[in-house]
Design a binder for this molecule. Structure first.
Ligand SMILES: *[C@@H]1O[C@H](CO)[C@@H](O)[C@H](O)[C@H]1NC(C)=O
Ligand SMILES: *[C@@H]1O[C@H](CO)[C@@H](O)[C@H](O)[C@H]1NC(C)=O
Ligand SMILES: *[C@@H]1O[C@H](CO)[C@@H](O)[C@H](O)[C@H]1NC(C)=O
Ligand SMILES: *[C@@H]1O[C@H](CO)[C@@H](O)[C@H](O)[C@H]1NC(C)=O
Length: 533
């Protein structure tokens, strides 16, 4: 790969190759746990893991559902617990590859966030990054550990990642005997929020941040993601839209909006321009199946309208049309509480009996005002990050069924206005790519393989891989104008490439220009401007 070799300069001169080198590496790794001196750390271990090993992972909480991880390079695995207060702490691991590039990388977590993303740590370590992840201050996917313990909330809001960075860089330097050259962050969803939190509050931590589908405006997205339950009501209630209607609604969305980008191909390049109405699906007289009652149609309209608060102002943007065939129906429209309602239970109301059907606009105000440790993550001033030369590469799937993609341009515009920067000035340090046909962080019928995870990687070419793209931007000053994604036949790599598409950066949108739609150059980026609700 021509481009990659120009990026992967600087495999550490310290990494001695060959059998002797590996024996040294093993010995140094075994000794590391005893030589580390990290304040607040306990239960430190270090073990050599040869390439090809399937590492058995500690089951700190079964809900994390990660029991093993394939390891594809020789590395030194370090683990420890680090206290963050007298009643809280993180568990963290650092995976230090034998062939170190000099780079440091920190990963993030999903949802309420108590599960280390070992697959991301391994992905980066396999490319020579010293890679770190934490449990975000508690174990498992649930929120009960937050109850009556604001220090665990603080870890979730900001402290786990920052602590992981400080300790992780220290461990990296102790092990290799020299500080890292550049530091990176890679994550999506709740971890995307952590990436923005770092840019806002700890701008020195990273040179480059990849923050996908970020759960920013955290309090408000919590209101939004919990608002679907009272909107649909329980299964079978008059407001509830039967699950078998969502594919029909999806076809109706495509009928109304697929041509906005110039081509009817089942993929919306600009769902923000889609002013969807379910009116055509309202049951004709005597019709009882494959249609919506007026009450159900109102439910659909509510879902595709912005969530407004008590005073009628925006709380959170609408679900983007086109996501009906992704995670959204099962996650949000199924008449059961979404996992984030535990934030209301255990952080906002401290009430294990709180009824998620009772959520109402005054609660949006309450959670917004509570905002512990500024978990909201909505500061518009990124000048600290910009001035230290930091680069932010963010992406959002335009079919995201968990975090609507409309939040990402909204925050971009907030930063642009707060800092008084035009989009070409924003381009210096902050680029947002909207990925058509991509669901939440991965998946979907679009050209959605962009290298944000190993599972979601097509190639290592920086034009097609966000991790190598941010490295090229930070280290060579070559900023990405587009990100090329790959779609596979039936979404399966083994079935071969279906097509590639160049995803435009905001405020541009992708428009079909003519010719073979499977060719990247049959599409072009045109100015879009702010059209989010
Ligand atoms: C656990 O992970 C496996 C493999 O990734 C998956 O098939 C299974 O559905 C998961 N189980 C739960 C409860 O999430
Ligand atoms: C979040 O919601 C609150 C309450 O509705 C509102 O006042 C605030 O402006 C919202 N924030 C954003 C970024 O929309
Ligand atoms: C819940 O507890 C937290 C701290 O433990 C406190 O800040 C908050 O005000 C409490 N919420 C309510 C509704 O009492
Ligand atoms: C893709 O899926 C379709 C429908 O399920 C099937 O007919 C076709 O053979 C698949 N193609 C490949 C290359 O797997």
């Amino acid at each position: 790969m021509k481009l990659r070799s120009s990026v992967v300069f600087g495999i550490s001169a310290l990494a001695v190759s060959g059998v002797h080198g590996t024996r040294n590496f093993q010995r140094q790794c075994r000794g590391l746990a005893h030589s580390l001196d990290i304040s607040g750390a306990r239960d430190v271990f270090s073990e050599f893991v040869p390439s090809g090993t399937v590492v058995e992972l500690p089951v700190r909480d079964p809900s994390c559902n990660r029991t093993s991880q394939d390891v594809t390079v020789n590395l030194c695995r370090v683990g420890m617990s680090v206290s963050t207060s007298d009643r809280s702490g993180i568990y963290m691991e650092a995976w230090l590859p034998e062939h170190w590039s000099g780079r440091f990388l920190h990963t993030g977590n999903g949802g309420l966030g108590g599960c280390i993303m070992y697959e991301d740590i391994e992905y980066a370590a396999s490319f020579g990054f010293a890679s770190v992840g934490t449990n975000n201050g508690h174990d498992g996917v649930y929120g009960d550990d937050f109850l009556h313990n604001p220090d665990v909330v603080a870890d979730y809001a900001y402290r786990a990642v920052h602590t992981g960075v400080v300790v992780g860089k220290d461990v990296t330097q102790s092990f290799y005997g020299t500080p890292h050259t550049k530091s990176y962050f890679l994550s999506c969803s709740a971890g995307g929020r952590s990436g923005f939190k770092e840019a806002q509050d700890f701008p020195e931590d990273f040179d480059g941040i990849i923050a996908g589908a970020p759960a920013i405006s955290f309090n408000n997205i919590t209101s939004w993601s919990c608002s679907f339950l009272p909107t649909t009501g329980p299964v079978g209630s008059p407001t509830f839209v039967p699950m078998d209607m969502w594919p029909i609604i999806h076809d109706d969305v495509l009928a109304q909006c697929d041509e906005i980008d110039g081509l009817r191909d089942g993929i919306l390049e600009s769902p923000d321009l889609c002013d969807y109405t379910p009116d055509c699906l309202i049951c004709a007289e005597g019709q009882t199946t494959g249609c919506l009652t007026p009450t159900q149609a109102e439910t659909v309209r509510t879902i595709y309208s912005p969530l407004v608060g008590e005073d009628g102002s925006l709380t959170y943007p609408r679900m983007q049309p086109g996501s009906e065939d992704t995670e959204a129906p099962a996650a949000y429209y199924y008449g059961v509480p979404f996992i984030e309602y535990e934030w209301f239970k255990y952080v906002v109301f401290n009430d294990s009996d709180w009824d998620p059907f009772s959520l109402a606009p005054p609660d949006y105000t309450f959670i917004h005002n509570q905002n512990p440790f500024d978990v909201e993550t909505w500061k518009g001033d990124l000048s600290g990050f910009k001035e230290r030369g930091g680069k932010m590469l963010t992406y959002h799937g335009l079919k995201d069924g968990v975090i609507t993609s409309e939040i990402s341009p909204l925050y971009y515009e907030h930063v642009s206005q707060t800092m008084g920067l035009s989009s070409s000035e924003m381009d210096d340090f902050y680029r947002l790519f909207r990925i058509s046909g991509m669901a939440h962080c991965e998946g979907g019928p679009g050209a959605a393989f962009i290298g944000n995870t190993r599972r979601n990687m097509a190639t290592e070419d920086p034009d097609e891989n966000v991790l190598w793209s941010i490295v090229r931007w930070v280290e060579q000053g070559i900023a990405p104008d587009t990100i090329t994604g790959t779609a596979y036949v039936n979404g399966s790599k083994s079935a071969g490439v279906a097509f590639k598409r160049k995803h435009c950066r905001w405020p541009f949108r992708n428009v079909y220009q003519g010719g073979d739609p499977d060719l990247e150059d049959s599409w072009g980026c045109v100015y879009s401007g702010l059209n989010v609700s």
